[in-house]
Design a protein around this ligand. Structure first.
Ligand code: SF4
Length: 321
């Protein structure tokens, strides 16, 4: 199958504000970076972990590649643009090398900051504008599955070499790669189902043995040197039952943190779900209290606007800056 990204997909992504980097890398300025520059409001990761939203690069090395097709995902999927493409295989020649990818991401950030220049009248503090031009954090989470990127170690090492922190979000379907991977500052493994049946229905894996792979990844988590997080994406009416299933998965991995986050009715997911599938913050609080009781993790913090609760294994949460 042709490894080119379909023109329909590239057109749709660019219309949504994505900067396509090389064949399939992508950067998109995060709404929280903009909010932080304009009003000082920041994302929950700044609140929970101390990263700075206005100095964050939201990017992905493989915008069109993922080994699952979650109903709640804001990513553009084949159904959304009525074309099919190979979702899971990525050859070395199909992607940018890590140094060029990071350089291009930094350039895309500078381009997207053009409208925030106080010299041109933007109501942004001069020092914050200058800081935003020198990012300190990379969120490898925008879209797609980063463990499909053949140079992932190189990317994480290059981010580290430039004294930046990195958060990487994975669906956990590649335990062998995760076990050998250069540790990002913080590794997120998404848990979106308490059992295989719901995983099949809600996440629609494009590979065989997805559940077993996820369980194996949870077993690998304990042995990793970097900080680890299980993020539970809660979709009302889809995966908020069977809480013991989540507790069992979490107990296998013993991550440093758990984030219980409500699904947000955003992006392309609006074609697949309804606003009723977005749980309220109260429902997220209630679920988190039960999970705390089952796992022994401490409920630490919350950000109501993002409908997210932080739980931690230890009583203290060490900030990153
Ligand atoms: S950490 Fe995530 S939410 Fe926060 S600014 Fe970066 S991309 Fe946005």
């Amino acid at each position: 199958m042709n490894s080119e990204m379909p023109a329909e997909l590239r057109k749709k992504l660019e219309s949504q504000g994505y900067h396509i980097l090389g064949q399939r890398g992508a950067f998109k300025a995060c709404q929280w970076q903009k909010k932080s520059l304009l009003s000082g409001d920041t994302c929950y990761k700044q609140r929970f972990y101390g990263i700075e939203s206005h100095r964050c690069l939201q990017m992905t090395p493989v915008v069109d590649k993922c080994s699952q097709n979650c109903e709640f995902c804001w990513r553009v999927t084949p159904d959304d643009v009525k074309v099919t493409w190979d979702q899971t295989s990525v050859a070395n020649e199909d992607v940018m090398d890590p140094v060029s990818l990071l350089d291009s991401t930094l350039m895309a950030n500078l381009r997207s900051l053009g409208g925030y220049n106080p010299q041109s009248g933007a109501r942004v503090l001069e020092h914050k504008y200058r800081e935003a031009r020198e990012p300190k954090h990379v969120a490898i989470s925008l879209s797609g599955e980063p463990t499909l990127y053949p140079f992932l170690n190189g990317l994480i090492d290059e981010i580290d070499r430039r004294n930046m922190t990195s958060f990487l979000v994975t669906n956990g379907f590649q335990p062998d790669i995760i076990a050998e991977m250069s540790p990002p500052t913080q590794l997120y493994v998404t848990l979106a189902a308490p059992n295989e049946e719901i995983q099949k229905r809600l996440c629609r894996p494009g590979i065989k043995g997805a559940w077993d792979s996820l369980v194996k990844t949870q077993d690998v988590l304990q042995s990793l040197s970097g900080r680890t997080v299980n993020r539970l994406t809660m979709v009302q009416g889809r995966n908020m039952e069977g809480i013991r299933g989540y507790a069992d998965l979490i107990s296998r991995g013993e991550p440093d943190f758990i984030e219980v986050k409500g699904y947000m009715f955003l992006g392309s997911s609006r074609e697949r779900l309804s606003a009723q599938n977005a749980p309220s913050h109260q429902e997220i609080c209630a679920f988190s209290e039960k999970l705390s009781a089952l796992t022994g993790y401490y409920v630490q913090d919350e950000q109501i606007e993002s409908r997210v609760i932080l739980l931690s294994k230890s009583k203290q949460v060490k900030k990153l800056s």
